[in-house]
Ligand binder design. Structure first.
Ligand code: NAP
Length: 238
């Protein structure tokens, strides 16, 4: 057990991480980007004394630095860069080669790649000061470049996850010197929507996906650093 800080923890995979770590007795710093505390985190912090809720928009360097300063001296055993966007609400064509909307490309890069590296940089001393020393990044199979995808869509999302992987791997030499393990996860296709009617066949239950990742995270050592893993800990192609 230890302390975990999770970005984008008010819903989906992030909320599931917060819930499962809270139930295990970890000290959970559950962060969100909303103006007011989301109901999901209000309920979680009421249920568990070991959950604190903080505001952290990964696009807001001022907020990231302010939270890092507020938590100065607090060791963070596990930093989970989970926050991400898969869509900006635009049609699929906006991310498809031939009809790309170039105005939205930066949003993906900033949230999915540049935000996480800023968060890692800001909380690096907290992780370094901890016992377990782990930084986990929720990437995606979409971040792969070694196999052509079945279609030329999701281009901005795919590029942002490739960039996330590249940035985090580049952090590894510095992290290794500090004894910090850094990994990327491909969690699998997970149902995180609201309306069950929209759930598609094959979408996994977040509780199952996150339980598997937690078990894998538990077993990580410095020897695993720089790996791209599926939820069960098997190495994935880049
Ligand atoms: N679900 C899947 O099948 C799947 C597969 C592969 C990888 N992933 C990755 O897993 C992670 C979580 O996915 P999910 O399915 O749980 O997504 P989700 O249900 O859409 O939740 C995304 C979370 O990220 C937060 N977020 C978005 N922009 C943010 C920002 N600028 N600052 C802080 N938080 C921000 C959201 O906050 P708001 O509620 O305020 O929007 C929300 O809490 C993402 O990185 C995603 O790319 C998911």
């Amino acid at each position: 057990m230890g302390t975990v800080l999770i970005t984008g923890s008010n819903r989906g995979i992030g909320l599931e991480f917060a819930t499962q770590y809270a139930a295990k007795g970890w000290t959970v710093i559950a962060t969100h980007r909303r103006d007011t505390v989301p109901d999901s985190l209000k309920a979680l912090s009421e249920q568990y004394d070991n959950v604190s809720v903080e505001t952290l928009d990964v696009l807001r360097h001022d907020q990231i630095d302010a939270l890092a300063a507020k938590l100065q001296g607090t060791p963070i055993d596990l930093l989970i860069n989970n926050a991400g966007i898969m869509s900006t609400g635009d049609p699929a064509s906006a991310q498809t080669f031939g009809t790309l909307n170039h105005d939205i490309s930066e949003s993906y890069m900033r949230v999915n790649a540049f935000g996480p590296i800023k968060v890692a940089e800001a909380f690096f001393p907290h992780v370094e000061a901890s016992k377990l020393k782990k930084i986990v990044n929720i990437s995606s199979s979409s971040g792969r470049v070694s196999r052509p995808p079945p279609h030329s869509g999701n281009m901005w999302y795919r590029a942002s996850k490739s960039a996330l992987n590249g940035l985090m791997v580049t952090m590894v030499p510095t992290a290794s010197k500090a004894g910090i393990t850094v990994v990327m996860f491909e969690p699998g296709w997970t149902w995180t929507g609201k309306n069950e009617k929209n759930r598609q066949q094959g979408q996994l239950d977040p509780a199952v996906v996150v339980a598997a990742m937690i078990e894998t995270i538990d077993g990580l050592t410095l020897e695993d650093t720089g790996r791209f893993l599926d939820r069960d800990g098997d190495t994935q192609p880049w």
